[in-house]
Design a protein around this ligand. Structure first.
Ligand code: NAD
Length: 365
């Protein structure tokens, strides 16, 4: 048994609280990972806010980076291996076996529901099992158990605090642009929302060499950062007609748009800024329904598609992101604000209020 500290949600609607927990040893192809750093993503916050009381207590966290310290008998990973933890998938369904694990048939069970606090749960509190397994990791903790399938081996040499957000936010933003929209240098791209995901989409468009990249966000500091990271223009949606501004900046409309806001009115605007045959990627979580402007979509031959985790196959895409970061192409340090692990409350609050774009807890123990 391994003693650990974890951010445990005890009460529906409250914030998680740092608590002493115990992890059981890894079994099968599981690995026990010492979490060296873990990012807080808006998905942790939005899912925690509506987590049902019957599945409490629960540990969230799905951007863990750390070091393998123990392995189950079927695991091929070895102790000492640096890993980035990412989303989980079954590894067997038609989507997993064809390199599209983000669309795994049992993705919701593996990532969003937790493991149900049964006897097989990795976590114990005061001797009783509690729910974990969020995104197959529950890594808002000093140790986490993951499966080999969602523990991605990476090279040494990238700081854990910068590696952590590669597991979700950065993979999602960069992958949406490079993998899902597959933009070309001659394309114009507009990104709605300049948080960790949107700014990663901006960096992805810059890596692809896009000639015009527009970021839209009401927060001035986020617009400024978008420009620093490669946007060629930034638009304040509270300052006037976004459609007119983006059409002018893109010479008649964008080829591709990315929505990270999940605000229904923004989705409509995102469609109006596209040129004929343009594509909108829906990435933000939180608008269960939104009006569909059928005439616009049909008349201009637009594509609207959802994108999970940047369409990526993480065992190939995350090492590519690590190489890009080491080559200076992904200045992750501009997104990340680090907090000591024991300052969890401050980090969670900074994520909730937007004071930090990507708060990352660093485990100094
Ligand atoms: P964030 O809150 O930091 O970013 C959202 C940004 O939208 C903020 O900067 C905010 O100022 C901006 N915004 C608000 N209203 C706006 C408007 N009217 N027009 C333009 N911008 C506006 O969040 P994030 O961490 O970047 O995550 C973005 C979303 O992506 C979240 O909903 C998250 O849950 C989701 N997500 C999805 C996936 C996926 O696989 N699809 C993966 C990770 C995160």
């Amino acid at each position: 048994m391994i003693d650990a500290r974890a951010a445990v949600l005890f009460e529906a609607g409250a914030d998680p609280a740092l608590t002493d927990v115990v992890l059981r040893p890894p079994v099968g192809e599981e690995v026990l990972v010492r979490i060296d750093a873990v990012g807080i993503c808006h998905t942790d916050i939005s899912v925690a806010a509506r987590w049902p009381a019957r599945r409490l207590p629960m540990v969230f966290g799905h951007e863990g980076a750390g070091t393998v310290v123990a392995t189950g008998p079927q695991a091929e990973l070895r102790g000492g291996q640096p890993v980035v933890l990412t989303f989980a998938s079954c590894g067997r369904c038609p989507y997993c076996v064809t390199g599209r694990p983000a669309y795994c048939e049992s993705s919701t069970d593996h990532n969003m529901r937790g493991d149900g606090a049964g006897e097989s749960s990795a976590l114990r509190l005061d001797g009783h099992p509690i729910a974990g397994g969020f995104f197959g990791q529950s890594s808002l903790a000093t140790y986490a158990i993951a499966r080999q399938g969602n523990a991605v081996s990476i090279d040494d040499g990238l700081e854990p605090a910068l590696a952590a957000p590669l597991g979700c936010s950065v993979q999602t933003g960069v992958g949406t642009v490079l993998n899902a929209l597959a933009v070309r240098p001659e394309d114009t791209v507009v990104v709605f929302g300049a948080g960790a995901v949107g700014l990663s989409a901006v960096m992805g468009a810059r890596i692809a060499g896009c000639r015009t990249i527009v970021a839209v966000d009401p927060v001035p500091q986020r617009r400024d950062l978008a420009i620093d990271l490669g946007a060629t223009a930034a638009v304040d949606p509270s300052a006037g007609d976004v459609t007119a501004a983006v059409r002018e900046l893109t010479g008649g409309g964008a080829h591709a748009a990315v929505d990270t806001t999940a605000v229904p009115e923004v989705l409509t605007t995102a469609l109006t800024v596209l040129r004929p045959r343009g594509a909108l990627a829906l990435v933000g979580l939180g608008a269960p329904v939104a009006p569909l402007p059928v005439g616009l979509i049909m008349g201009r031959g637009l594509t609207v598609r959802g994108v999970v985790e940047g369409d990526s196959e993480p065992h190939t895409f995350i090492p590519r992101l690590v190489a890009l970061a080491k080559a200076g192409e992904l200045p992750l340090e501009r997104l990340v604000t680090t907090f000591a692990f024991e300052d969890f409350d401050a980090a969670w609050s900074a994520a909730k209020t937007g004071r930090a774009i990507k708060p990352v807890l660093v485990n100094g123990s």
